[in-house]
Each structure stands twice: as structure tokens, then as C-alpha cells.
Design a protein. Structure first.
Length: 393
């Protein structure tokens, strides 16, 4: 019962995923939380309030002007006593209202008044999730410190296939536990994290790069920050930025990342090399856009960031990533020894549910003495597993 003594408010908006909120409330209750449910007008069309009342043991709030309660300003009192406010499912409509400061029902007014952490679990059609309006609203909210549980991919209620499914209740409940019951085992530590795929210019228009999104690096940065670390986040162009207030250093090329990482490694206790630096760069960059039908590129090897850190490290711990397509464990172990690293996080990027730009990953943790195969899991959860193993080093 990890949430004993905690008050968790759950907002439910109008979407087919509202049925999943029932399991979420049940899980939170089993963890010992005092759970209060707020439903929008549209949410009650999908799930009856009585269901949430039976699961939570508290009256489900559905009406801004409900008189059937003790005298107090309802949305203010709930905002004050909540340790966290979760909205699951969270529609594009509510996210738009929050981003614009619109408070026109009990849920939106309570969220506006809340001082506690707010965790949103978006659920919507892929087209809506990928729209410019939604992306702008999400970025605005992240900038204000509001937390998100990434949507999953699969078959949607409309029949489409794609991203937009609400995260599973188990994952959301674990996020709540991590936020309210954080570890402090990294307090006083400085963790340097590289993230994303670097770019090497070919001409003013084109570049060499890879498919790395930076999602794993961002998850690690957020997890390390929650656990008390000072985080230095060296991010390649286009890499996902963590929602936590960490120090961010933006770079573009592998050489840029090499210089930034080596400079900051001296003051770090641990370096986690989650980036995918380009291994090669053109020897010459064309001053104008190349027009040749069959251009010939002459490449040169980029500096090896992890190897340089392994050579220069003293008391620091070095964790590297090994993205492979064959002989995953063998190649990762060789890489671990070659770069003088302390742990390798290895995965086969060809596996379904693993690799670049995925919300999940399937990895093997490798040290000089041990190999541990992990099951597929969200990168947000994997980040804590990696940190759990890294702190033991």
C-alpha cells in the first residue's frame, strides 16, 4: 500500500477510454490512496458515476452546482487536499482548455486552482494527437510543469490504427507512485545524459542522421531528477526535451556533443550515453545545395564520445547504449569492454516494441559480471530500472 495517506483526484473526460479509468481508480485504491473522481458532463455518457463511487468509496463529482455536499467551495477544497490530480482519459478538448486558461466546469476549475502535480493521460484520434493545435497546447502545458503519460499505439475506437490510445491503468498508477513516493537515492549526484540523434551537414539543405527521437534520454533525465540528481541533459537537435527543470545543452553535430560531454563529464558522478551520435561526417560540406544526380560523399570518422569518457573517467560511472541488429548481447559486451564502460543497455532495434522513436523498449542490461534480459516496458518505467541498476555500481 504505497499510497497510504495520499489523496489522489482522478478527472475523467468524455471518451471511450473512460472505462479504463475504472481500473485506474481500483488500482489507486488498492495502493491505499484516498481517491476522488471528478467527471465531465460527457464522461457520464460512457460510465455511470455510481461505478466510480463504488470503486473509490467517495461521491463522484459531476456537477459544478451540486448542492448535495457539506458547505465549502468544492473545486477549491478538492484542489487543496489533493496530493496529485490525474486526468485519464484526457481529451484534446480539456488539454486545449487548460492551455488557454479556460475554466468552465468543475474539472477545469479545480485543475486551474490546483497547486499539486497534474498528470495527464491523453486519449484521442491519431489525427488529433498529431495536429499542430494539439502539439502546441501540449508543449505549452509541459512548459508549465504539467506531466504527461505518453499515449500508446494500436487500434483506436474509430477503427484507425495509430497512436492515441490511453496509456494502460497499470502504467498510469505506477507514474502516480513514482511522483508521490520518489526515491532520493541520487540526491547529491550529478548525472550527465546525452540524448537524440546528431546531424552532420552535407550541404545547406541536407544532413546525415538517424531515427533517434531522444525519448529514452528524456525519460532518464526526468527519472534522475525525481530521484534527487542534478541533471545535465546534452540534447541533439530535435531530441525530446524532458519536462523536468534540468540543465539543457543543445548541440547539433557529433563533434559538438563530444566537446560538450567531455567538458561536463569532469564534474559528473555518472554519464548515461543515451544519444545516437552519427558515426561519420562528410569530409567537406557543400556551400550550395548539391544538384548532381549521383553525388559522391567522402566520409570521415567522427570522434567516439563514450570511448573518450571511458579513457578519461576516474570515479565516474559510465553507462552506454548499444543499438544492434544482430548478435545483440555479444556485440554489446564487446562494446562495453572496448569503451571501458560500467554497464551497457543493449537492444535489437529490429524487434517490435523496441528501438528508435518507440514509446517502449526491450533491453538487456550488461555489466562485466552479469547479463539481465528485461521484458518489454514503457521507456518511462525502463528509465527507473536502468537507474536502479546504475546506482548499484
Amino acid at each position: 500500500m504505497r499510497l497510504c495517506g495520499k489523496t489522489v483526484s482522478v478527472g475523467v473526460t468524455g471518451g471511450i477510454a473512460a472505462y479504463k479509468a475504472c481500473e485506474l481508480v481500483s488500482r489507486l485504491k488498492k495502493e491505499g490512496a484516498d481517491v476522488h473522481v471528478v467527471m465531465t458532463e460527457h464522461a457520464v455518457q460512457f460510465v455511470a458515476p455510481l461505478t466510480f463511487e463504488a470503486l473509490s468509496g467517495n461521491r463522484a463529482i459531476t456537477d459544478m452546482f451540486d448542492r448535495n455536499h457539506d458547505w465549502e467551495i468544492g473545486h477549491i477544497s478538492l484542489a487543496k487536499k489533493s496530493d496529485i490530480f490525474v486526468v485519464a482519459p484526457c481529451t484534446a478538448n480539456l488539454i486545449g482548455k487548460l492551455a488557454c486558461g479556460i475554466a468552465d466546469d468543475f474539472l477545469s476549475t479545480t485543475l486551474m486552482a490546483a497547486k499539486c502535480p497534474i498528470l495527464l493521460a491523453p486519449a484521442m484520434n491519431t489525427g488529433m494527437l498529431e495536429s499542430a493545435a494539439y502539439r502546441t497546447n501540449e508543449q505549452t502545458l509541459r512548459g508549465r510543469g504539467i506531466l504527461f503519460v505518453e499515449s500508446g499505439s494500436g487500434r483506436l475506437a474509430c477503427g484507425d490504427e495509430g497512436k492515441g490510445r490511453m496509456a494502460e491503468p497499470e502504467q498510469i498508477a505506477e507514474e502516480v507512485v513514482k511522483i508521490l513516493c520518489p526515491h532520493s537515492d541520487y540526491a547529491g549526484k550529478t548525472v550527465l545524459i546525452t540524448s537524440g540523434g546528431t546531424r552532420e551537414a552535407i550541404d545547406p539543405v541536407r544532413f546525415l542522421g538517424n531515427r533517434s527521437s531522444g525519448k529514452m534520454g528524456a525519460a532518464l533525465a526526468e527519472a534522475a531528477f525525481r530521484r534527487g540528481a542534478k541533471v545535465i541533459y546534452i540534447a541533439a537537435t530535435g531530441a525530446v526535451r524532458p519536462s523536468a527543470p534540468v540543465e539543457i545543452i543543445s548541440v547539433e553535430t557529433t563533434s559538438d556533443m563530444y566537446r560538450a560531454a567531455l567538458e561536463r563529464f569532469v564534474s559528473a558522478d555518472m554519464a548515461i550515453m543515451a544519444a545516437a551520435p552519427a558515426d561519420y561526417a562528410p569530409k567537406q560540406i557543400a556551400e550550395k545545395k548539391i544538384k548532381d544526380r549521383e553525388p559522391v560523399l567522402v566520409l570521415q570518422k567522427n570522434p567516439d564520445i563514450a570511448a573518450a569518457m571511458g579513457k578519461n573517467k576516474k570515479a565516474q560511472k559510465l553507462i552506454i547504449f548499444a543499438a544492434e541488429t544482430e548478435n545483440t548481447v555479444k556485440n554489446a559486451k564487446e562494446k562495453l569492454l572496448r569503451k571501458n564502460a560500467d554497464m551497457a543497455v543493449a537492444n535489437n532495434v529490429l524487434e517490435v516494441g523496441a528501438g528508435f522513436d518507440s514509446d517502449t523498449n526491450i533491453v538487456t542490461l550488461i555489466t562485466r559480471d552479469d547479463t539481465t534480459q528485461l521484458e518489454k516496458m514503457p521507456k518511462s518505467r525502463l528509465a527507473d530500472v536502468i537507474l536502479d541498476n546504475a546506482i548499484r555500481l
